[in-house]
Design a protein. Structure first.
Length: 318
């Protein structure tokens, strides 16, 4: 089976989703990656270490400056040279735009928001959560190539060694594909440690009592070198910005330690953090759903427990 991984680039930097996808793709067949835009050639070495045997690159500035259509043109052109059995994209805003256009152009279907991909009966089946993650649907791609968008953090990136062959992808981008372009980039002020990449995540829910108490979580995150997240309920209430939301409609995380503070454990939230290696829950309710999936549950008042835990961590570092 020939597998393509579309390695998303962000202003010259390889997106982490690309390496996560390679971890699964190399178990399914022979992997080729496609990197478009500035930094693509430099990214090829990393892609090779993670299992890509071939990396197709093109560093035309059009891939950075214009929206979706130049990338669609490039992938459609490469498809003519040798069709893959499966194309994997990260479930991100940019890749969703490209994948949808490509599926329409190739006249094939698309499976979105997948949590896993497996080979079956000569084709591919994706596991897709629905009803807030309470149910999982098995969806089979009936045509080739199968185009599947996979949620970030569904797989853990890991190196396997190796060097990829780099191939220049020649493509002509006509004026019709340069209609929508980026006029400005605004970088949102963010936490010191990026939520998706943090090894420790402390998330707060309604049990925190109000936005004025979230600095308690920030103090603990600072002591542990982690990042602060939140449940959908508190984001909807306006306590914290959307960029902090963990869950099905927020960010997916896969830290070594996830501390859920005052979070009941609705499926909408847990689908975004259940892959965490160790889950710790702090909640007044011993019967809260989050306690059933936690490796360690602490029953009590979070507003008293969190400061005490922060103090203990800081004392340990002295």
């Amino acid at each position: 089976m020939k597998i393509w991984v579309v390695a998303e680039m962000h202003q010259g930097t390889l997106a982490p989703t690309a390496l996560e996808l390679l971890a699964r793709a190399r178990e399914l067949g022979d992997v080729e990656a496609i990197a478009l835009g500035g930094g693509a050639k430099a990214a090829a070495a990393t892609l090779g270490k993670h299992g890509a045997k071939v990396v197709h690159v093109n560093e035309d500035a059009a891939f950075d400056d214009f929206i979706a259509e130049p990338a669609t043109d490039a992938l459609a052109e490469l498809y003519k040279q040798g069709a893959p059995d499966l194309m994997l994209f990260g479930f991100t805003p940019d890749s969703r735009d490209v994948a949808g256009r490509l599926a329409a152009r190739l006249e094939v279907g698309l499976i979105s928001n997948a949590a896993d991909v497996a080979a079956k009966d000569g084709g591919f089946v994706a596991k897709v959560p629905y009803f807030g993650g309470a149910k999982i649907a098995s969806m089979k791609a009936n045509q080739k190539p199968a185009i599947i968008l996979v949620r970030p953090k569904s797989f853990e990136a890991s190196e396997v060694g190796g060097t990829a062959e780099i191939k220049d992808l020649a493509v002509t981008i006509d004026a019709g594909s340069k209609r929508s372009h980026i006029v400005e980039r605004v970088v949102e002020a963010s936490e010191k440690v990026k939520l998706e990449d943090a090894r420790v995540v402390i998330s707060g829910g309604r049990g925190m009592g109000g936005p004025d108490n979230f600095p308690l979580l920030e103090d603990l995150a600072g002591a542990l070198g982690g990042a602060v997240g939140a449940s959908r309920a508190v984001v909807d209430a306006g306590w914290v910005p959307y960029s902090m939301q963990v869950g099905q409609t927020g960010k997916s995380v896969r830290p070594g330690v996830y501390i859920a503070v005052g979070i009941s454990g609705a499926m909408q939230h847990t689908v975004g953090m259940k892959a965490s290696k160790v889950i710790i829950a702090i909640n007044k309710d011993a019967e809260a759903p989050i306690m059933k999936m936690a490796d360690l549950g602490v029953v009590g008042d979070a507003l008293k427990i969190v400061p005490a835990l922060t103090a203990a961590v800081k004392a340990k570092k002295r």
